[in-house]
Structure formats: C-alpha cells, structure tokens
Ligand binder design. Structure first.
Ligand code: BGP
Length: 478
C-alpha cells in the first residue's frame, strides 16, 4: 500500500536569475561572466543574451501570482551576485537586496516557501578580470562574504538554501568543453582546482549559515545523471564504477561525506594532477558535510556507460543545441568510459534520454549511500511549444513526461526515500543557456522569440499548468 507524498511535501518550480530576470544593467547591477560570455563572437553554439530574458525583474508579481494560482508550495530561484555586490567584493547594493526582499515577501504573501540558490552560474565579471574568478583561491572568501550577506539579510524569512547549482556542470562546461564561461577547453588541472575552490566556498558558507540559523535547511544541487553499465561485460561494469567515482560521487561524496572518492584521487594523481589544498580544508569539508540537511538533485536523464579505449572518443562540444534530433555526438574519457546512445530509451528533440525510472534510481542511490533527505530541485522537459489561436498551448508531451516521473518518485518514497520537495524546471518559459528561448520548459508560455527584444512577453497558461494545479491540489494522489 502506497503512502504517497507526505502532507508537508513541497510542490514547486525552479528558475535562475540570468535565465528569467532580464534588467541586466538596472538598479546598479554589475556585469556577470554570462553577460560578457554571450557577447564573445565566433561561438559554434547558441548563447543568447539574458539582457531581457522574460523580464521577470519587472513582472515578478504577475509570475508569482500565477504560481499561487497553480498552488505552488515552494519557489526555487537564484540570486544574482551582481545585483547584491556588483563588482563581486566591494560595496553592497541596497537596491539588489530590495529586489529579492520583494520577491521573498511576495512568495510569503501567498504561502509559498522561498528556496534560494546562492550561486546559479552568474559570477561577477569583475572577479574574473581581477584574479581569474573560480581559478583563484581568493574566490572562496568573496563567495562566502556574498553568501553571508544573503544569510544575514534574508535568513529570517528563507528556510531553504542551496549553495551551488550543478557545480559539476558549470565546471565541466567552463574548463573542459569550453561552452560556459570562461570557455577553457580540456584544462583538466584547473578543472579540478576550480572544483576544490567551489567545494570550499560551499563548505565555509554552510558553516556561516548554521552559525546564524542552525535550523535553516541547506544543501547543494547536483546534476545527477545515473549511469547504466552497457551490458554484462565486466569491463563495462568497471567503466560504470569509474564513471560514478569521477562524474557523480566526486561531487556528492564531498557534499555528504566531506571527502573525494579515493579511486578518483588516485586517477588524478596518476595523471599528474594534485589538488592544492590548505591545511584546514579537509576538516572544514567534513564539518560542512555533517551539517547539510539534504541532497539537491537536478534530474533530467540517464546515460549508458561503456568502456572507452585509450584511443577512444573524448569530450565533445558537438552537443545538440538546435533541437534537431539525432545530432548529438558520443563522448567520453579515453581509457575510462564513453556514453553510447541507449537503444531502450526515447529521446527529446535535444537528444536527452527520457527515463522516468532514473529519478527513482537517484533517490535510491542517495538514500543508501548517504542516508540524506532529498530535494528534487529540477526536473522537466525542454520542448518546442506552439502558441495556438486563442492563446492556448497544448503540451500533452510535458504532462506525460512529468506524470511518469512523479509515479517513479512516489515509488522512491514508498521504497523509504525521504523526499522533501519536487521542483519542476521551470514555471514560466525562460532562457536556456545554450539553446536560447526556443527550448521551453514552463507551465506558462512567454511569447518571445529568439532575437525578439520588442516582444510583449505576455504570459499564457499551457495545458500542463492546469495539470500541475491538480497534482498539487490532490497532493499527487491522482
Ligand atoms: C540545468 C540548469 C538549469 C536549466 C536546465 C535545463 O542544468 O541548472 O539552469 O537550464 O538544466 O537545461 P537546458 O536549458 O540546457 O535545456
């Protein structure tokens, strides 16, 4: 007999500042690495500006009223560091604080629990220019000061904090494939060093939060792509173990245990990579790990994992950013693993596997490995949606996708996983980092096209809006 979702379950949706706000230079906001990165010419992939985005900065009241109408219990959003401390480590901008005060108060007015992401990839460009941003240990101090500013100002009203969004993604794309700022390609040494800096920034900020608000709930959001060993050949099962240590546990073990997986460190050392640490680091990482309250999981897809010979495929920058199905290329780490296309799974137009059971896999793995509560901080389907006459949008594919994932999530709860929240990505349509505005995720359609800066940006409810409203009303029982 299924107990289903607990009464206190937080049904929600998620967004990120750069993808939704716009108002890129208003009210004292500083320039972020993304504001700058999208302007560098010659990219082989799309990187659309968030200058206007969907103008949430000016329309947040309308958007949050729609969230209330859908019945959301929580809204996960990120704060733009450049609004709070425009140059990264100088003066605090009161207008930036005031903007997020207004968002938080608006949520509370409707009984929506604000869930705040401290860092969702938009770093002050000034820090990049000053000292190389994440590449320099100085970032730890600056991040912690920024985070602490948020804790002190919003901590009386915000009970859920996410320190980092998908550290595995922004570091891999920033230092290995070059598709995110600062656009470095295969700089392995720096990739691992940057991760250590981010881990310390996370760890110290957890300590600062808990000093001030011991009852606050804090975690980091990890992009978890569970792997399936290709077949029953032992070498492929071993490749999957390598994949887990280097691509999953390399981050989750740090958040939950405060240490790197041993096999991953051995692999790095045998490749001449030694992470530079300060004397206290390992102690601080452990202290922070003991204090986190949940693992944040962004779940989109799974990957098949097969052994990859030393002369095999490497990281690919030929990812599908057009929505033309079948254009993604196989990628991997030579000598370890590669990710062949899984013949058992359907794919989205952007070649992401559709695998509802994967969400249950994530929960089960985290529960047995870490015994931590889980916040699903993102899950959703990117699709081309069509605005039809009378401003209706029929998106049965999105409903089917989410419904199937919720069924599996419910099973995970029945399996004994302690799942606190489920946030869809996203509530309104918004900017997709590398795919522009055509890859839509929302329950609410925003009528803007790619280069459309004069768009009215009207909001229209999709069919999925009403579906989610009913899910929340019935607490997932239907
Ligand atoms: C996650 C990010 C989000 C969001 C989402 C969808 O990795 O945390 O910010 O963008 O993925 O991805 P995409 O926009 O590439 O389709």
């Amino acid at each position: 007999e299924s107990n289903g979702f607990p009464e206190t379950f937080l049904w929600g949706s998620a967004s990120a500042a750069y993808q939704i706000e716009g108002a890129a230079s208003e009210d004292g906001k500083g320039v972020s690495n993304w504001d700058q990165f999208v302007r560098i010419p010659g990219k082989t992939f799309k990187a659309t500006t968030g200058d206007l985005a969907v103008d949430h900065y000016h329309r947040f009241k309308e958007d949050i009223a729609l969230m209330a109408e859908a019945g959301l219990k929580t809204y996960r959003f990120s704060i733009a560091w450049t609004r709070i401390i425009p140059d990264g480590n100088g003066e605090v901008n009161e207008k930036g604080l005031a903007f997020y005060d207004a968002i938080i108060d608006e949520c509370i007015k409707y009984g929506i629990e604000p869930m705040v992401t401290v860092y969702h990839w938009d770093m002050p460009q000034a820090l990049q220019d000053q000292y190389g941003g994440w590449e320099n240990r100085q970032i730890v101090k600056d991040y912690v000061r920024y985070a602490t500013t948020l804790f002190e100002h919003f901590g009386d009203r915000v009970h859920y904090w996410i320190t980092m969004n998908e550290q595995n993604v922004f570091t891999s794309l920033g230092w290995l494939t070059g598709m995110h700022p600062p656009g470095k390609v295969m700089d392995q040494k720096m990739f691992y060093q940057v991760n250590h800096h981010a881990n310390m920034a996370h760890a110290y900020s957890v300590l600062e939060l808990k000093k001030r608000y011991p009852d606050a709930h804090v975690g980091a959001s990890f992009a978890y792509t569970p792997g399936y060993a290709w077949d029953c050949k032992p070498i492929n099962a071993m490749a999957k173990a390598d994949y887990d240590d280097l691509q999953n546990y390399f981050w989750m073990d740090v958040y939950a245990y405060g240490r790197y997986p041993k096999a991953a460190i051995r692999y790095l050392e045998s490749n001449g990579i030694h992470i530079q640490m300060e004397a206290e680091d390992q102690k601080i990482m452990k202290q922070a790990a003991a204090l986190i309250d949940f693992m944040g999981v962004n779940y989109y897809q799974t990957a098949a994992i097969e052994y990859n010979p030393i002369d095999g495929v490497g990281m690919s920058t030929e990812v599908n950013t057009t929505g033309k199905k079948g254009t993604a290329k196989e990628e991997g780490i030579p000598g370890l693993y590669k990710k062949p296309s899984n013949p058992y799974l359907e794919k989205t137009d952007w070649d992401w596997t559709i695998d509802p059971m994967g969400i249950r896999m994530c929960c089960r793995d985290i529960t047995s490995r870490y015994d931590l509560p889980i916040v699903i901080s993102e899950n959703g389907l990117g699709a081309f949606d069509k605005l039809e006459e009378d401003n209706v949008i029929h998106d049965p594919y999105r409903i089917a996708f989410l419904e199937a994932h919720l069924k599996e999530l419910k099973k995970a709860i029945d399996d004994g996983c302690d799942v606190w929240a489920y946030c869809t990505w996203s509530f309104t349509d918004l900017l997709s980092w590398l795919n522009g505005y055509q890859k839509r995720y929302g329950f609410v359609y925003v009528d803007r096209e790619e280069d459309d800066t004069t768009a009215k940006l009207n909001r229209y409810k999709k069919d999925s809006f009403y579906w989610y409203q009913n899910v929340i009303k019935t607490n997932g029982k239907d």
